[in-house]
Write a protein that binds this ligand. Structure first.
Ligand SMILES: O=C(O)c1cccc(C(=O)CC[C@H]2O[C@@H](n3cnc4c(=O)[nH]cnc43)[C@H](O)[C@@H]2O)c1
Length: 225
């Protein structure tokens, strides 16, 4: 990872940043402020679109690091609206099976891994730099789900399933699996637009989250410099 960071900062390799939608891409681009060595691309919504689009982008080569960036839901007590969550691990939280004894992940089923590890040192440095810049940021597991959580019951189940779960989004695992396929490290950041729990779209604060995402992108280029 250090090698990837060094290479990215030397412009020998580039950083690929994938967002779900245009508004997120535009926030990231504003934050990067025209810095060289970064490509920001739209992945679409959900893990399948994210994986396919990321793989297509990576096939051109030249990348040393892949980042999934966007807005997301924050788990109560971990991250509130406007806060940033840097993934300590990227978890496919609904990739498994329901059994009479409860949820079983693909890991337990013997079909692969629902977790993609990130570079802990880079996650720590990004989180620290965000906090040093006056932003509120935590490092913790970010969950990827194909369905946005909409009840307190599901939120509680997810928090129990993944200790320390801090945020959820719909693309991180797809982006990370594509990166892994190309032998590249992946990271994820979510700027919290809404609490995770009973669905209330009117409570989503997208402009606040996009503002935080822009600031976080500005800090990323300092961390990788
Ligand atoms: O309407 C807009 O202006 C707008 C601007 C930026 C983004 C959006 C989206 O709806 C993006 C969908 C995207 O958001 C992630 N997300 C946000 N909150 C959650 C959540 O609670 N649980 C899961 N995912 C969430 C997700 O990654 C979607 O791709 C709209």
């Amino acid at each position: 990872m250090i090698q990837a960071m060094t290479q990215a900062s030397n412009m020998e390799t580039k950083v690929l940043i994938m967002t779900a939608v245009e508004a997120e891409r535009d926030a990231v681009v504003r934050g990067l402020g025209g810095a060289a060595g970064y490509d920001v691309r739209i992945a679409g919504v959900g893990p399948a679109a994210a994986a396919a689009c990321t793989a297509a982008e990576l096939s051109s080569g030249g990348y040393g690091l892949v980042v999934s960036a966007g807005i997301g839901g924050g788990f109560a007590g971990r991250a509130k609206i406007g806060d940033l969550v840097v993934a300590s691990e990227i978890v496919a939280a609904d990739l498994g099976a329901e059994t009479p004894d409860g949820y079983a992940s693909v890991d337990e089923l013997g079909f692969g891994s629902s977790v993609v590890l990130v570079d802990a040192e880079l996650a720590r440095r990004w989180t620290e730099a965000l906090n040093a810049a006056g932003l509120v940021a935590v490092a913790g597991p970010i969950l990827t789900l194909s369905t946005v959580t909409g009840t307190a019951e599901t939120a509680a189940k997810l928090a129990e399933r993944v200790p320390g779960a801090s945020a959820e989004g719909m693309e991180g695992y797809g982006v990370a699996v594509a990166a892994r396929q190309f032998g590249l490290p992946a990271m994820e950041i979510r700027a919290v637009s809404n609490p995770i729990g009973p669905r209330d779209r009117s409570a989503w604060r997208i402009p606040d989250a996009l503002h935080s995402l822009e600031a976080a992108s500005s800090i990323l280029k300092e961390v990788l410099r």
